[in-house]
Write a protein that binds this ligand. Structure first.
Ligand code: SF4
Length: 448
């Protein structure tokens, strides 16, 4: 986008996942390239963009609330709504305001800034289209990911799996990948903007490359990224269990700047529930995957997503999940209560689980997550690990950052260490993090 004279102020509000955050950062880059400036909620905005989420009914309601509250505060602003909730409920959103409104579906996010800044924008624009027919990924480039040390890089969009509880394939369409040359270009932009860590992200990253010529795999892409930008630390946002290939484990073990950190969705540890979720693995396979991961990288963080309260989940089936999680050596859990999402098959399944039962199961799993996290941190006390220093939480407070294997650390040091990777000795547990000391003798310039 070429730079134009345009002094409009833009407010972007983002809900939902890392992919939405990447896309909002791209809108910001394009608005700024056109001469606009960004503003906060307290300032007068000319343009408001809301990048919505629909992953649960609650997320959809939160998206509507955000739009209404921004409309009340900025009645004169031009309103642009995009994201999964806009894709799903565009017609309903048109009626949310009496003023001009532009609805941009997920398949047209690359047209959002141009449509918004068009010299004579239509009173009412609807750019949603048939997302299931989309064959290419929106080309969106980010110049800088806010003031953060860590940036997200979206390499893939959409999903073909149709898990029975998930709305995402209907809102984001089929799996589409970004050509590796464009992924590398984006990584170099982040490197030149002094980002030190990149989280490679997508909706279903294990499907990366299946739609591209030569069918490159996600492991090959990650290998290329690590070699092209060795000063950057890489993490992979999330990968389905059966997509953890030997090739991926080899890349993770061999590339010094690929962090030892896995994030794998389990969802349920019961084979019958997994079948009803339309997840194509069983508990034995899942256990074998986690074992392979920890054999390849014994110090790795292993984060696992788990969903409880799926329709029909009996006490015994829930116990199967807990038991599996106790066995698989994970270091933390992301626990989600099942949320009935109209438009998905599971919303019509019988035996929906009552709220209080779900709450109880969520509490048990969160408690387990806490225990496993503490045990993981404890196991690394006394060791020295490379920490990417991100910031101080308050002036004069300690420096904060994460080890390569995703342990949150705080330690004393001066500001010159911010945005650097430094060796830190892990001393003791304190609340949700580990307190460490900077180990000057071990100074390295390496990413890991
Ligand atoms: S793999 Fe399943 S849960 Fe993940 S986005 Fe696809 S349908 Fe949704």
């Amino acid at each position: 986008m070429t730079s134009q004279h345009n002094d409009q102020k833009v407010l972007i509000s983002t809900l939902g996942c890392k992919v939405n955050q990447y896309e909002s950062a791209a809108f910001q880059s394009d608005f700024e390239a056109a001469g606009c400036s960004m503003c906060g909620r307290g300032e007068e905005a000319d343009i408001i963009v809301v990048n919505t989420c629909a992953v649960t009914t609650k997320a959809g309601a939160q998206s509507r609330r955000t739009i209404r509250s921004l409309l009340r505060r900025h009645p004169q602003a031009r309103l642009v709504i995009t994201g999964c909730y806009a894709q799903l409920a565009g017609q309903e959103l048109i009626e949310i305001s009496d003023g001009p409104i532009c609805i941009v579906g997920n398949g047209n996010k690359d047209k959002l800034v141009a449509a918004t800044l068009h010299p004579s924008p239509c009173e009412l624009t609807m750019l949603t289209g048939k997302i299931r027919h989309k064959t290419d990924i929106c080309d969106l480039t980010v110049q800088r990911f806010g003031t953060r040390t860590r940036a997200y890089l979206r390499v893939q969009d959409g999903c073909d799996n149709f898990c029975t509880y998930c709305i995402v394939p209907y809102t984001r369409g089929p799996s589409r990948s970004l050509a590796s040359s464009k992924v590398l270009d984006q990584a170099r932009i982040f490197r030149d903007q002094s980002h030190r860590e990149i989280v490679v992200t997508g909706i279903h990253v294990g499907q990366y490359g299946r739609d591209l010529e030569g069918k490159p795999t996600i492991a090959q892409l990650l290998g290329k990224l690590c070699r092209a930008t060795p000063a950057i630390r890489y993490r992979l946002s999330s990968i389905e269990p059966l997509e953890v290939s030997d090739e991926l484990l080899t890349v993770m073990s061999q590339e010094g700047n690929f962090m030892p950190h896995f994030h794998i969705p389990l969802q349920s540890g019961d084979d019958q529930i997994l079948k009803r979720m339309n997840r194509h693995y069983d508990r034995t396979q899942f256990l074998a995957v986690t074992r392979r991961c920890l054999e390849a990288l014994p110090d790795a963080a292993l984060g696992i997503d788990v969903l409880t309260g799926f329709p029909g989940e009996s006490e015994k089936q829930f116990r199967n999940t807990v038991e599996l999680l106790e066995q698989c050596g994970c270091s933390y859990l992301h626990v989600f209560p099942y949320s009935r999402r109209p438009g998905t098959p599971a919303a019509d399944f019988r035996d929906q689980i009552p709220g209080p039962v779900k709450d109880e199961r969520v509490a048990i799993l969160r408690n387990l997550s806490e225990q496993q996290k503490q045990a993981f941190y404890q196991r690394h006390l006394g060791t020295i690990r490379p920490v990417l220093v991100e910031r101080r939480h308050k002036p004069g407070g300690p420096l904060k950052g994460f080890t390569d294997n995703y342990i949150p650390i705080s330690f004393t040091g001066d500001d010159t260490l911010i945005n650097c990777v430094v060796p830190v000795r892990l001393e003791r547990l304190c609340d949700q993090e580990v307190v460490g000391t900077h180990d000057n003798r071990q100074e390295t310039g390496h990413a890991r």
